[in-house]
Ligand binder design. Sequence first.
Ligand code: AMP
Length: 249
Amino acid sequence: MKVLVAVKRVVDYNVKVRVRADETGIDLSGVKMSLNPFDEIAVEEAVRLKEKGLASEIIVVSIGDASCQESLRTALALGADRAIHVETSLETQPLGVAKTLKALVEKESPRLIILGKQAIDDDFNQTGQMLAGLLRWPQGTFISHLIRNGEEIEVTREVDGGLETLKMPLPAVVTTDLRLNEPRYATLPNIMKAKQKSLEVISAETLGVDLTPRLKTLKVVEPPPRKGGLMVANVDELLDKLQHEAKVI
Ligand code: AMP
């Protein structure tokens, strides 16, 4: 079973982002970029399936400018077999990414596609769902457990108020939640080996996909600064302030 994993390069989760002065977006100059954390979990899950003999090949895909290749090399060092970089200078958005992945599915015929539940830069949480819709494949989103039984998979989903277990036939699309696994670190020998693995570069036009953004960002602003806290001497004073100053009770 071939597994396709989609990985996005995003601002590292430890970075405190700054909004550009003209409010058109985030200032990315000199900012540390990393593999989207949910996509690292997706790669790890694919590698674990392969280690159990349940997957034959892991192909990682990233859509974006040349810097995506760094994230693809990271995914190769974590255990993916080969990588495809779909090159574009355009800003990527969920529908365009889903259409690109669909075009690659027609070329590569994977049985399972693993995506992150969301990319932590734009927090769209849409690409996996759109891809499953375009392919008309079953989907398991926000999964925290995955079992393959022959031509079926069983997934546990993290839903409001509990866990939901679904069974679906392959081929299928799944998206990862945080508790699915704990990704391994890339070892130095594996980072070196990753440099020899195949990384194919193709243009979105070759795939016949139009990546022109459909969504327009009107403005991005910082959250309002937090007001300072206040110490109260006792519960009576707290209740008084809540009642008469904040007027919330
Ligand atoms: P989103 O719907 O943008 O929150 O992204 C959900 C998932 O789609 C991510 O975790 C990735 O697995 C995948 N994805 C989104 N954008 C890209 C991209 N430009 N290249 C590859 N995969 C992507």
